[in-house]
Design a protein around this ligand. Structure first.
Ligand SMILES: Cc1ncc(COP(=O)(O)O)c(C=O)c1O
Length: 406
């Protein structure tokens, strides 16, 4: 495949091996072949099933609280003095981030496929909290894998998951972050796939998990397209969509309705990590093709193919790879990529909090930090849309320490 087809969801533009260009696929053990085939069949049926879609619509509206708001941020527009800044305020989704969009879909799939238990991974804790919430709602047992380092830095999310009845399992290997959580979760699922459903919290892993997550998150872009038309009368001619990329779920969701609109610029922002260190999680910028968690993507790895340890102030972006969808979009020249440092992220938290009252978590602070660089260079008839995809309550300990607020 060399170009993007119009009118067909980008998630469906893979080949018969589940590859988007050079990326994606099913690099999995024999044990998982049949469960993956079964899940693929179940999902393809459910995504066209009126009963399933009506129920999902009900939960989106009444439980998650969709549509989430879309608004102008005039104080930021004025401060940066260039493009008009608008934001999809996804942190207003119940649970405080976009991760609930995916968790509810997975819990519904678990119920539809007669599974009583669901397992998942989490980094910043939002995917885990959202899954714990969805499991409570649908009467499922939840087991959530989280890096031991992330459990310390996102403590409040651990309390939250446990208070919802979920079992949180610390992962002590390697960097003790999201990459280990996903590995441990896949290992657990592989051993228990006859009775357990797996929710991968982002658009990573083998093709079917990439597709389910991206499909679930596409609601963000669908709403944003309608909200933009309400706000501007049409999709603005000079529009850039700027989003933070970890595993790629909030960004894919936000881009989804605009990928085949050539005039819309898609910009991804990666975690550059501490200033000057070059050990951030910017895999689209610095990675090379490799296999992680069952699929091919741009991956931070050494010369021998060993996965690199990454560092970021943001647990949610601290992942050495990204989605095959994003790697492919970058190859196609459809996605441009920037990275920002931890220090720039802290500055953007301060600025956005003071000028707008929004308190983006450290993940979306990356996109605000990139927007700070882009906006002044653009004309006043340009628009930058970003996604405030998480709220900063989970980050208050880190922010208090780094910004000396206590
Ligand atoms: C609020 C928030 N934003 C962004 C991310 C990054 O993940 P993704 O790229 O899948 O949206 C996370 C991950 O935990 C998150 O919690």
């Amino acid at each position: 495949m060399s170009s993007i087809k119009k009118g067909i969801p980008f998630i469906d533009q893979h080949d018969e091996n589940g590859m988007w260009g050079k990326y994606g696929g099913n690099f999995i053990g024999e044990t998982l072949k049949k469960p993956v085939e079964d899940l693929t069949k179940a999902f393809e049926k459910l995504r066209n099933d009126k009963g399933f879609l009506d129920e999902l619509e009900y939960y989106r509206k009444n439980y998650i609280g969709r549509p989430t708001p879309f608004l102008e941020l005039p104080a930021l527009t004025k401060h940066w003095g260039g493009a008009k800044i608008v934001v999809k305020h996804e942190a207003q989704a119940y649970s405080g981030s976009h991760k609930i969009n995916n968790a509810i879909v997975h819990a519904m799939i678990a119920v539809a496929t007669n599974k009583k238990e669901i397992c998942g991974d989490t980094g910043a804790g939002y995917a885990g909290s959202a899954l714990a919430i969805a499991a409570s709602l649908f009467g499922l047992k939840a087991k959530i894998f989280m890096g031991a380092h992330d459990m310390k830095r996102q403590k409040i999310q651990v309390f939250r998951m446990r208070s919802l009845g979920a079992e949180v399992i610390p992962c002590h290997q390697g960097s003790k972050t999201l990459v280990e959580a996903v590995s441990s979760c896949i290992r657990y699922y592989t051993a228990n796939c006859d009775r357990v459903h797996m929710c991968v919290g982002s658009c990573v892993s083998s093709t079917i998990w990439v597709k389910i997550c991206a499909w679930a998150q596409s609601i963000i872009g669908k709403e944003m397209e309608e909200q933009m038309i309400d706000m501007f009368g049409k999709i603005p001619e000079k529009l850039s969509i700027v989003c933070a990329i970890g595993g790629g779920s909030s960004s894919y969701g936000t881009y989804s309705s605009f990928i085949d609109k050539d005039h819309v610029k898609l910009i991804g922002v990666e975690a550059g990590g501490p200033e000057g260190k070059k050990n951030g999680a910017d895999s689209l910028s610095r990675g090379t093709i490799g296999i992680l968690h069952g699929s091919k993507s741009l991956l931070l790895q050494d010369r021998n193919g060993m996965v690199s340890n990454t560092t970021s102030i943001s647990a949610g972006l601290d992942y050495p790879s990204n989605s095959p969808l994003h790697s492919h979009l970058k190859d196609l020249g459809r996605l441009s990529v920037m990275s920002v440092s931890d220090e720039e992220v802290l500055e953007s938290f301060k600025l956005v909090s003071r000028l707008t009252g929004l308190q983006p978590s450290l993940e979306p602070c990356h996109s605000f930090a990139a927007t700070a660089k882009l906006a002044p260079r653009l004309s006043k008839d340009s628009v930058i849309a970003t996604n405030c995809c998480g709220n900063a309550l989970k980050d208050m300990d880190i922010l208090a320490e780094r910004l000396k607020l206590d």
